[in-house]
Structure formats: structure tokens, C-alpha cells
Ligand binder design. Sequence first.
Ligand code: ADP
Ligand code: MG
Length: 357
Amino acid sequence: MIDVTLESVSKRFARGGDTAAVADVDITIAAGEFFTLLGPSGCGKTTTLRMVAGFYFPTSGRIRFGTEDVTRRPPNKRDTGMVFQNYALFPHLSVAQNVAYGLKIRKVGRVESKRRVEEALGQVHLAGYGDRRIDELSGGQQQRVALARALVIRPKTLLLDEPLSNLDAKLREETRTEIRRIQQEAGTTGIYVTHDQAEAMAMSDRIAVMQAGRVQQIGAPQEIYHRPATSFVARFIGRSNVLTLPVQGATERTVTVGLPGGGEIDVPAPADHGLRQGETAQVSVRPEHIGLTSTTEAGALPGRVAELEFTGMATNLVVDTAGERMQVAAVDVPAGIAVGDQVGLRLNRDRMWVVRP
Ligand code: ADP
Ligand code: MG
């Protein structure tokens, strides 16, 4: 395992027009960490991963493995194992032949190769499957063969690009736990790409949230969820209401904002918020951090139920308040509540957070 550093990495494609596919990305991934690049389709995740693998070279910036500069080193000299969304297995070769591929290229001897293939198949819980043909395996098993093929060369970094997207929902959840276990047991640095925020949260030590080629925020899943840096992160990770509210005062770590319909509230903020009285603040509040109460409760935000949906675990509501439509996920709702009812919303101030636009 090895730490991986990207320093101001940018990539422009010859046919990419004016916009960079990846712009000024700075990331330091610790040795042994499971690190995820997360963001919507087209935000530059694959391009970033391919620069780490060496399939693309950056237009500018540096990539280091440990202290070594690998920016322009070819892929086969980087000790990286790569797993793709479509598995990219050779259908006419057996499982063992597929896994042995990287060893053959590296001219590893027959006896040693056989031993390492068995070891890698054991790591992914496919011991005894070596003689099978690829088309005799399920999608999940094929994905494990792809993992074994990446691991057999004992890579310093394991790079995975949306490896679960071709699996059905249940298998996806099982396999994500498996991938995490395999990465830990192999003792390699894992860099994982996904557009699925739940998957990223469940698997990762840390996540970089990307949008339009840029990193919006890097942090542990809890940090990104509870203290999103920007309105984009707040909305992309889970669900969130992002309210635009007038600033009535500010200290280093709180911003006092006026609420629609009167009243004010002190909201926790990052130290660099830079907001002053007279400006507007963007405030994120998650649906599960809003309680339902009566319209008469002091400090409650009055509103009218516009939509209501019972999901079992919670009731999801859309409530129209003065100027804002709020999403609410309430575990406790008054019996008989219906669309059109007047309700009060109790905002959990401590769970609100000031974000950048
Ligand atoms: P993601 O993996 O997050 O979906 P990509 O890294 O594949 O995103 O793509 C980022 C951007 O770069 C997109 O706008 C995509 O169209 C563009 N792009 C990717 N590969 C190429 C290429 N080979 N040539 C030109 N543009 C590309
Ligand atoms: Mg991609």
C-alpha cells in the first residue's frame, strides 16, 4: 500500500471544447485508505481515476505515489490493479486464465503463477472456480473474477470504476461489503468511483464530492452529511432543504438568520463563512431534522401540507411555508393529518448548517 497525491491536476481533452474535464484537483489519499470519488455522471470521476492508473496523462499538475512522481509513467509501470464497470474479462478464457493474465505479462513462472491465482481466487471467495468458463458464472461472480485479476499482481493501489453498476440492488449491497473486506485484507490503497451516494457513504473512509470537474468537498461520510460545504453537496448527499435567508448577525461560528414568517434563529456555520448582516445566507436543513408541531407553538414555522406520503419508516411531507417549500421526513405525525392541514415546523437548529452557494 502507498499514499497517492494529486496536486492541482487538470485534464482537457483535445475534443473537449473550452471546459476542462477535471480542474485543479488536489487530493491526498493515505496508504491503506478506502477513498471514493463521488459525483453525478460527467463530473470527471473516471478521468481522474484513469490519470491515477496512467491511461490518461494530466494536462497540468502532478501525481505522486509515495514520494515518486508518476505523472507521466505508463500504466504497466505503476503497480495498480484496475476493475471496470463492464468487468472486461476475456470470455474465451477460463477463470484461472483470466486471473493469470497480469502475471503472464509480468513473466511470472508457471508454478508461482498457479499459486498466486489460487491465492487471489481465495481472497474473493472463488476457490475451486479456476476451471470454469466466464459465461458459466453469474454477474456477481464475474465481478469477483475481475477483482481477483486486479489483486493477483499484488497492486499497491486498487482502482475501481463503478464496479457494481451492472448488479441488481440486493447483490450490489452484498458486494460492496465484500469489496471493502477484500481491500482491507489485501492491505492495498483503494480508490473507488461511484455516482451512488449511499454506496459511497457505506464503503468509504473518506469521500471527495465532485461537480463539473472540481472537488467540492473532501471528508469522512459523517462530515459530508452533517456539514456539507456547498448547497450542491447538501442536495447531492441524501436530501436537503437549502433555504436562502437574510443574515441578521454573525459570530465566528454562528450566523443569525431571519425566518420566513418572522422570528430568527442562530445556525452553526463553518469558521470561514464570511457572512455579515444585510447579506443572505444559504442554510441546509435535512428533512429528518424538522419536526411537526401545532401552528401555535412558539418559534414554529407555520405552513400548509402540500404533499404527504407514508413510507413505513417515516412520513414524507412537502410543506409550503412563506416563500419556501420544505421537505419533511417525520417519524411521528399527528393522527389523521392530511393534505391542506395547517402545521407548525420545528427546525432542529443544532442540525442546521450554513453552506456556500
Ligand atoms: P464521470 O466518470 O464522472 O461520469 P468522465 O470523467 O467520464 O465523467 O467525463 C468527464 C467529462 O469529460 C465529460 O464531460 C466527458 O464528456 C468528457 N470526456 C471524457 N472522456 C473524454 C474523451 N476521451 N474525449 C473528450 N471528452 C471526454
Ligand atoms: Mg465514469
